[in-house]
Design a protein around this ligand. Structure first.
Ligand code: DAH
Length: 338
């Protein structure tokens, strides 16, 4: 039997040596080590081996099994290495790599980043508020009367529970003053929603940047200086800025801000860009009432506020003719801003 085992080993090693692919390898494994394999069959002969030889034959059987197993493993590793080498042979590792497609920032994000970085340099901190707002924060506290057109069901998205999608980010003014005492100097970038018919200059979801500064002795001169500086940082130091009297419920006096801008190849013209004004004392009264103190007493402090549309700012900065381009996610459009 010892001799038979030697023969099996010699045959197995020779067979494995000659193997050139995975299926032949599997065939050899089954042929020698499988249930009906030669070694297994030979092993079954153990029962006929005389008692005194059992130990030696058993040992031999194990040696042969180990030797065949490791020869099979070695062959397997060799085959894998050969397959890898063949796969790599057709690759020229010295060729320059192919660039991976890379995303970029949305034009609105560029505009927002730029606006925020200028205002942060002036000491404005970022504040936030919910997009689903109470009527009180969106309208009442901002001195907007019950019958104001903006409060109409046709202009504003209302929920059944009486809450609404904020129609402007001015509600963050109230949210902030409820929480912190003056001085406050915040900007609130964020989404706002109106039931507008969608066209080249209107979307039902858009973006605004609100600003609020409240402190002792804040004046209209501070407001003008701040916004002039801001717009000149964005559009160039020679940009003309004009404050045109206007009306907003939450500011008094109120203004619209126009910039004199020149699109390439066109004559310069005044473009409306923002609303602003001195915070109406009625707004401070509402805040005090909610806070149950007089931290915002109009006797002690004053403030200015401003708000502008970021989508509109992006249209002007990049010469984008149609707002809808900002939400269509057409890569041919977006690629231009990377
Ligand atoms: N909330 C106004 C709007 O959505 C913009 C605005 C105007 C904000 C004047 C202000 C402001 O803070 O003082 O059209």
């Amino acid at each position: 039997m010892l001799k038979e085992l030697d023969t099996i080993l010699t045959d197995a090693l020779a067979a494995i040596e000659a193997i050139a692919d995975d299926s032949a390898l599997e065939e050899a494994r089954v042929g020698f080590l499988g249930k009906k394999g030669r070694l297994t069959v030979a092993g079954a002969g153990m029962k006929d081996v005389p008692k005194e030889d059992k130990k030696a034959v058993g040992q031999k059987l194990n040696e042969v099994r180990t030797a065949i197993t490791s020869a099979l493993e070695e062959k397997k590793a060799g085959l894998v290495a050969a397959q890898d080498a063949a796969a790599f042979a057709s690759i020229d590792a010295t060729l320059p790599g192919r660039p991976l497609p890379q995303g970029g920032l949305h034009p609105l994000t560029h505009v927002l980043d730029e606006a925020v970085s200028v205002l942060r340099r002036m000491g404005f901190a970022i504040a936030e508020g919910p997009e689903i707002e109470t009527e009180w924060h969106c309208f009442d506290a901002l001195n907007t009367p019950e019958d104001h057109p903006a409060r109409n069901e046709r202009d504003t998205f209302y929920f059944e529970n009486g809450k609404l999608l904020r129609t402007h980010t001015s509600s963050v003014q109230i949210r902030t003053m409820e929480k912190v005492e003056p001085p406050v100097r915040i900007i609130a970038p964020g989404s706002a929603f109106r039931r507008d018919e969608i066209d080249a200059t209107h979307l039902s979801a858009f973006h605004q940047l609100e600003g609020l500064y409240v402190d002792k002795g804040v004046t209209l001169a501070d407001l003008k200086g701040t916004l002039e500086f801001f717009f000149r940082e964005i559009f160039g130091s020679k940009t003309e800025v004009r404050f045109r009297p206007h009306f907003f419920p939450f500011t008094e006096p109120s203004f619209e801000v126009d910039l004199k801008l020149q699109a390439t190849g066109k004559a310069a013209k005044w473009i409306e860009i923002a609303g602003c004004g001195m915070v109406d004392p009625a707004v401070f009264d509402s805040v005090n009432e909610a806070r149950k103190d007089d931290a915002y007493s109009p006797e002690k402090i004053s403030g200015f506020a401003f708000g502008m549309g970021l989508d509109r700012l992006a249209m002007i900065m990049y010469g984008i003719p149609d707002l809808r381009l900002l939400i269509e996610n057409d890569v041919r459009f977006l690629k231009q801003f990377v």
